[in-house]
Ligand binder design. Structure first.
Ligand code: FMN
Length: 344
């Protein structure tokens, strides 16, 4: 493959492909499962994005919803990195529910023709999008499970973050005090139920990693537990508050919602979450995900604003946002692994 422009679109060279895929692979994912794979389009005019069902987390995520939210986040990073390299892109979302259901048994769909869930095409003209400052934040974005300070996110930044989600077809709602307390209580309830389920505990624990590792979560990224239970951080290690620390008095909580609840909506939600997270990072904010209540059907339903606020669609992700320590970097799979072999 060469770096020359061929026909209507740009053709990627091996170095550019590696750079874009490394950026995609830095995205957040459920338990750092990194359930994605990438391939250059046959003619080099784009990148195919695949959902890797062998990396599913079946008890926490039986429908593969969080898996596609994670793939959506990787897709956004791919777009952001392409924009930084001056490549205008068009994105097609191609999820297929039947195709995903076939692989719910965790097999790789061996023998079946593998279908991408999205395709990124490099166009001949147009304005690179999204803004390059978001790509610059990819390497600085981490989950911060640490206590935050009590400083409010300024209204102007809240407005920018809401617009970032809207640009991806999702609704970001920053919750008022009553809403935040309701969502945190539901998260605490879900956390207690998950922690009380031995199979769920074992599944979560199976993603804890000794380093060096290529995926999963190292203990040093976990952060403390909140002895006052204001912030129900997921208890990955299952040993309760052995490093208790005081968290912020009123956590700032935001939800990402989509109008529908289809695989395409999950991909959209993931792109919106990552766009919001990168912009927040560029503005000096820290973010972590509180996903427990989204994992149980009844608590997920109850997350919706009973008074019909903007987040009345399907809630896909709950984010905690604030000012505090950056959080630790977590391991990532090699680019060769993400591409299924060396790029020549
Ligand atoms: C769909 C989804 C759900 C997640 N749920 C949680 C969660 O409940 N608790 C948590 O601490 N982190 C959660 N995370 C964050 C991941 O654990 C994190 O992205 C991953 O370990 C990689 O670390 P990084 O974000 O620092 O790059 C979630 C991320 C995604 C995309």
């Amino acid at each position: 493959m060469t770096g020359a422009t061929a026909g209507a679109g740009k053709v990627l060279d091996a170095g550019e492909l590696r750079e874009l895929v490394a950026a995609a692979g830095a995205a957040p994912s459920l338990h750092n499962s990194q359930p994605w794979r990438f391939r250059s389009a046959e003619d080099g005019s784009g990148v195919l994005v695949f959902a890797d069902r062998t990396r599913a987390v079946p008890l926490a995520d039986p429908d593969g919803r969080a898996l596609l939210v994670s793939v959506g986040a990787a897709l956004f990073n791919l777009r952001a990195a392409a924009a930084r390299n001056g490549l205008p892109v068009g994105t097609e979302l191609l999820p297929d529910r039947a195709d995903l259901a076939d692989r719910a048994d965790g097999t790789d769909g061996a023998g079946a023709e593998e279908r991408p869930v999205a395709v990124l095409r490099f166009g001949p003209r147009g304005v690179p999008y999204p803004p390059a400052e978001l790509a610059d934040a990819i390497g600085r974005r981490h989950s911060s499970r640490e206590p935050f300070g009590n400083r409010d996110v300024p209204e102007a930044v809240v407005g920018e973050l809401i617009a970032a989600a809207a640009a991806e077809g999702a609704v970001l709602e920053f919750l008022e005090e009553a809403g935040a307390r309701r969502v945190l209580a539901l998260t605490a309830e879900a956390e207690a139920r998950i922690a009380g389920d031995a199979a769920r505990r074992a599944e979560t624990g199976s993603w804890l990693r000794e380093e060096p590792a290529a995926d999963g979560i190292p203990e040093r990224a976990l952060g403390p537990q909140d002895p006052e239970s204001r912030v129900p951080v997921r208890d990955f290690a299952g040993h309760g508050p052995d490093h208790p620390e005081r968290f912020e008095a009123l956590p700032q909580v935001a939800t990402v919602a989509t109008a529908g609840d289809t695989p395409a909506d999950w991909l959209r939600a993931g792109q919106a979450m990552e766009r919001v997270w990168l912009l927040a990072t560029a503005r000096g904010l820290r973010v972590s995900v509180l996903h427990q209540a989204v994992e149980l059907p009844d608590t997920r339903g109850a997350l919706r604003d009973p008074d019909g606020g903007p987040g009345t669609g399907s809630i896909q992700v709950v984010l905690r946002v604030g000012y505090g320590p950056p959080g630790a970097a977590t391991p990532r799979r090699d680019v060769e692994d993400l591409l299924g072999g060396p790029v020549v």
